[in-house]
Structures are given as structure tokens and as C-alpha cells.
Design a protein around this ligand. Structure first.
Ligand code: IYR
Length: 223
């Protein structure tokens, strides 16, 4: 049996007033994050992308299996190939595979099958989930894979926002072309594609409203 070694926890701790200020600032800051579909081609240093991915890798995961791989693509030839394959799938989605009610729900976002951002954004990060690990050719089970990789993707998105950069949670469907183009092993499945970069000058976002606290929180305080 593997026995864990335990070490003292060294996380931060704040007095109540500082905590109040921090949670308010963090909320205000995160509330400025928006999904962006129009990117500038301005370069982002590889070191920045590496640290964003390091941050994503701090997410909790089932039995600490860390069942993820983040592919960082800046090669224009690969980006072009990904765009071509994604647009082929999306064309089918928008011309028959998506239901009328789905298309209607997407109208406010003015999306269509064209995905130029896949070539314009300086980086594409493709998040893969590892359904299982391959250790010396043997399958080893991972746990709560979707939850774990979803959490890591959330950490990544907040790290991108913290860097003053923007992204879009893009899910071309089906996504198996990514596994082929990026030559990933058989235990990896594409989970999410995130273009990362600066927004195009003057880009606009839909005037959405986020649900207020009363709509997303139910309190059980015994009173
Ligand atoms: N994957 C398609 C369609 C799409 C679906 C949802 I749900 C969105 O929130 C946005 C788009 C596309 O990328 O256009």
C-alpha cells in the first residue's frame, strides 16, 4: 500500500475585514470576465501560457490522479488544420445537427460555423481528459474525470482573465478530430478548446445579465 506523507498546511489566512474586502474585490474582478470571439493576432509569450497551464494543474482531482493534458498550439499550420476540421463539423451542426430551439437559444450570441479565431488567436489550448492512465501499457483507472478536468478548465479560465487575456470555451462537436490532428494517445479525449490572446480592438460582447445571488443561492441556516 502507498502511504501518504503529511506536511503542515501553509495556505493564507485573513482577518474578517480583510477577508470581506478580498471576497468583494475578487467577485468584482471575476465579474468582468467575458467570453470573447474576436481576437487580436498580438503575440503572447510562451512563458505566460506555461504559467497559465501550471495554474490549471493546481486544480483538485479525483484521488489526485490529475487526469489532464493541456496542448498549447501556436504553430500556424496546426491552427489552420484545426480551423478547417472544426468548421467542417460546425457547418454540419448549424445546417441540420442542432435543433431549432438550440439555434434559437444561440441567436443572441450571433455565432455561426465560421471560426476565424482558431487561426487568429496566438495560442490554442486544447484540454484533454484522460479516461484512464497508461502505465507500462497497463490501464490504471481515473476517478471523476469530467469533474476534475472541468475544474482544471475553470482554473485555467480564471488564470487567463487574471493575466488580462481573453478566451472562449469552444466545444466543436464532435471533437475527435483534435485527437487525430494532435496525435494524442488512445487514453486521451478532447474536452475543451480555448483560444487565448488579446481581444480585437473595439470588440463588443452581448449585453448579458448574470443571475443575481437570490436566483442562484438557497440558504439553509436553521433560522
Ligand atoms: N459549438 C457551436 C455551437 C455553440 C453551442 C453553444 I451551447 C454555445 O454557447 C455557443 C456555440 C459553436 O461553437 O458555434
Amino acid at each position: 500500500m502507498n502511504k501518504a506523507t503529511f506536511i503542515p498546511y501553509k495556505g493564507p489566512r485573513y482577518e474578517d475585514s480583510e477577508m470581506m474586502e478580498r471576497v468583494d474585490n475578487y467577485y468584482q474582478y471575476m465579474d468582468r470576465r467575458r467570453s470573447i470571439r474576436e481576437f487580436s493576432d498580438k503575440a503572447v509569450p510562451q512563458k505566460v501560457i506555461e504559467n497559465l497551464i501550471r495554474t490549471a494543474g493546481t486544480a483538485p482531482s479525483g484521488a489526485h490522479k490529475q487526469p489532464w493534458t493541456f496542448c498549447a498550439v501556436s504553430d500556424p499550420a496546426i491552427k489552420k488544420e484545426i480551423r478547417k476540421a472544426a468548421e467542417k463539423e460546425e457547418y454540419e451542426n448549424y445546417h441540420g445537427r442542432m435543433s431549432d430551439s438550440w439555434l434559437k437559444d444561440l441567436e443572441p450570441f450571433e455565432t455561426d460555423w465560421h471560426k476565424p479565431f482558431l487561426e487568429i488567436a496566438p495560442w490554442l489550448i486544447i484540454v484533454f481528459k484522460k479516461a484512464y492512465d497508461l502505465v507500462d501499457g497497463e490501464r490504471q483507472k481515473n476517478y471523476y474525470v469530467n469533474e476534475s478536468v472541468g475544474l482544471a478548465a475553470g482554473f485555467l479560465i480564471s488564470a487567463i482573465h487574471n493575466a488580462g487575456l481573453v478566451t472562449l470555451t469552444h466545444t466543436p462537436s464532435p471533437m475527435n478530430f483534435l485527437q487525430n490532428i494532435l496525435n494524442r494517445p488512445e487514453n486521451e479525449r478532447a474536452f475543451l478548446l480555448l483560444p487565448v490572446g488579446y481581444p480585437k480592438d473595439g470588440t463588443e460582447v452581448p449585453d448579458l445579465r448574470r443571475k443575481p445571488l437570490e436566483e442562484i443561492m438557497e440558504l439553509y441556516d436553521g433560522k
